[in-house]
Write a protein that binds this ligand. Structure first.
Ligand code: 5AD
Ligand code: SF4
Length: 443
């Protein structure tokens, strides 16, 4: 009988991409996707370590996975439990101490070893296989071809980060920056388009520091790559994320003027509006230089809108610092944003800073910030009512006959539409709006 896999993904878009590629590897080995955990011979958790909450969630889910494994065992069924992603890199052997029933654990740079590890487990009935060394080779050279799963696809072009923001675990879990060669990126993009992708989102932890080699061995930047991508037949939409504000250069800004398929929406995390806090965070931008980049981008394309990440309650953050964040939010007028309470991560410089902010104050500040951000988001959504947008349909809605798609600004739109429109772009008139979604009709 064919084996079934179940993957649960936590965290960022890079993890969603990694999970997709692991699923492709498993399908290459003859596995099929299980509808739920109870049905799965292999349960894989692809984890996130960015904040404490995300990591703790894994261990409660692992507890539940053990219960399911036991339940299956009573029916004579075997279950392999694996953990991948950033928690593995950070916790190393601790994973097996806390969850001894885990069969294997794979760091984010080693997941190309998944097929071998599964064979090893099968042959030797061996448990507790751990892969956390940063391999010398690039996993991308060992993965089977990527295929699109719908109209929208992610494509990792860069991984790792050399920025060392003082709160962040990424440089430790994903390692130093690595950029994939231009040729490999283009080949993967072509494959994605051939298999149905209309939109490609180029991914990297610090995507605009991309410096992949072209065929002559010359290093090329993100602007070069975006221009190459724009030449691909059949690609209708292009995005890239996540950008580091200080690395947005004039060439990249020009892309927003000249590349028609580049969507008018950019995620540009500022984290804080206070220069004192930005310095403590080791960010290489100030409030002023950040606003300057935004102004230049807007000059290049007046339709461009922005989203951001924010951390509240970073060590030493006073009410005045927080007020500066609120002022910045107002100035930029973000249309979407993610905001978090600062979470102390062991091994990062900020975890041992003095003047940690109390949980109570963090919560209060987060509430105030989110109210403001949601208010801006709602206002933008409402301003879209009556307008017509190109919408790319990505999933079925909860109600019969309904599809959900995305506007160029990443808003979800619910539309009564024929199922053949799935994976296609249609002109949609927006009828109504709430904070989180829009309703529209096919024109
Ligand atoms: N605490 C809270 N938020 C964090 N982020 C990264 N590290 C932390 C941390 N220790 C947030 C940042 C980043 C986003 C992906 O997660 O805002 O941009
Ligand atoms: Fe983390 Fe900063 Fe790198 Fe982003 S830029 S991944 S926040 S270290």
């Amino acid at each position: 009988m064919e084996k079934k896999y179940f993957i649960k993904t936590y965290g960022c878009q890079m993890n969603v991409y990694d999970s997709h590629r692991m699923a492709m590897m498993l399908e290459d080995m003859g596995y099929v996707k299980a509808q739920n955990q109870l049905d799965a011979d292999l349960v894989l958790f692809n984890t996130c370590h960015i904040r404490e909450k995300a990591a703790e969630k894994l261990f409660s889910d692992l507890g539940r996975a053990l219960a399911v494994k036991n339940e299956r065992e009573e029916k004579g069924l075997k279950t392999v439990i694996g953990v991948a992603g950033c928690v593995v890199q950070a916790e190393d052997e601790q994973i097996f101490k806390r969850a001894p029933y885990v069969d294997f654990a794979l760091g984010p740079l080693a997941y190309h070893k998944l097929p071998n590890i599964l064979r090893q487990i099968e042959l030797k009935q061996q448990a507790g296989v751990l892969e956390t060394d940063f391999p010398a080779e690039s996993k991308f050279d060992f993965l089977p071809e990527n295929k699109a799963e719908g109209g929208c696809s992610f494509l990792a072009i860069q991984e790792g980060c050399n920025n060392f923001c003082t709160y962040c675990v990424v440089p430790y879990t994903r390692g130093v920056e690595y950029s994939r060669p231009v040729k490999d990126v283009i080949a993967e993009a072509q494959k994605l388009i051939e298999t149905g992708a209309k939109e490609i989102n180029l991914l990297g932890q610090n995507v605009n520091s991309y410096h992949g080699e072209d065929e002559s061995g010359q290093e090329r930047n993100l602007a070069y790559l975006l221009n190459k991508m724009a030449e691909l037949d059949g690609l209708k939409r292009l995005r890239y994320t996540t950008s580091y504000p200080a690395d947005v250069d004039d060439e990249l800004i020009l892309c927003h003027k000249n590349i028609g398929i580049l969507m008018p929406y950019l995620h540009l995390p500022v984290q804080s509006g206070s220069n004192k806090i930005l310095k403590l965070m080791n960010r290489r931008h100030t409030k002023e230089t950040y606003l300057d980049v935004i102004a230049k981008l807007r000059e290049a394309n007046a339709k461009l809108k922005f989203s951001s990440d924010f951390i509240v309650g970073f060590p030493f953050e006073t009410d005045e610092d927080f007020q500066e964040t609120l002022d910045l939010v107002e100035k930029v007028g973000y249309i979407q944003a993610f905001s978090f309470k600062y979470s102390r991560r062991a091994g990062t410089p900020a975890a041992v800073m003095e003047n940690q902010v109390s949980e109570k104050v963090k919560k209060e500040r987060l509430d105030v910030l989110q109210t403001k951000l949601f208010d801006l988001q709602t206002k933008f959504n409402q301003s879209c009512v009556g307008q017509t947008f190109d919408v790319l349909f990505e999933q079925k809605g909860r109600h019969k006959g309904q599809l959900i798609g995305r506007t160029p600004y990443m808003q979800n739109v619910h539309v009564v539409a024929q199922s053949e429109m799935m994976g296609q772009i249609q002109k949609i008139k927006i009828l109504s709006a709430t904070t989180n979604s829009l309703k529209g009709e096919v024109l």
